[in-house]
Design a protein. Structure first.
Length: 168
């Protein structure tokens, strides 16, 4: 797991240089999209982007290969700063067993409350827009995933309410 954390940290620090070497046109295109979003105002730039056809993703075939292999360091237990006595994050053990996963099975730590029930959560918090883009983590989280998360949150709330009633 230390190797995957090291690789992730390296990519986060050098992704822009790597992309400039691999796919200079696509990084320019990505920068242009960001500029347009900024010109349109914060309301659209704050929203995640819609899915991009696989052949047009930033990083080309290198990015596609990076997204297909198991290497991303992920959490196997909920972060301690998230666990509270009355607030329980949906965290099915069957989903969060192994310490590494493919990028398609994961999402960033910032989306933990939106998808912890169905996605693995990267243990390294990143805000690097290029890395999020290459890994596909800047896309809109699907509605069925959010619906499943809400159902799981409801279930954990019911379970914690029941425990509180029995302990009182």
């Amino acid at each position: 797991n230390l190797r995957s954390i090291g690789l992730f940290s390296y990519l986060e620090a050098h992704i822009e240089d790597i992309l400039k070497e691999i796919s200079p046109a696509s990084i320019h295109e990505c920068d242009h999209e960001k500029e347009l979003s900024a010109q349109e105002g914060n309301r659209t730039s704050a929203l995640p982007r819609a899915p991009t056809p696989p052949g047009q993703l930033l990083g080309g075939s290198w990015g596609a290969e990076l997204r297909s292999i198991t290497w991303v360091p992920v959490l196997t237990t909920p972060p301690s700063k998230i666990v509270h006595a009355d607030l329980t994050l949906p965290w099915p053990t069957r989903t969060h067993v192994h310490p590494i996963a493919t990028p398609s099975q994961c999402n960033s730590l910032s989306n933990i409350w939106l998808c912890s029930n169905s996605h693995r959560i990267c243990s390294v918090d990143t805000q690097n827009a290029y890395l999020l883009y290459v890994l596909g983590w800047d896309k809109i989280i699907q509605g069925r995933c959010i619906a499943g998360q809400l159902l799981a949150l409801q279930q954990t709330y019911i379970q914690s309410s029941t425990r509180l009633q029995f302990s009182a």
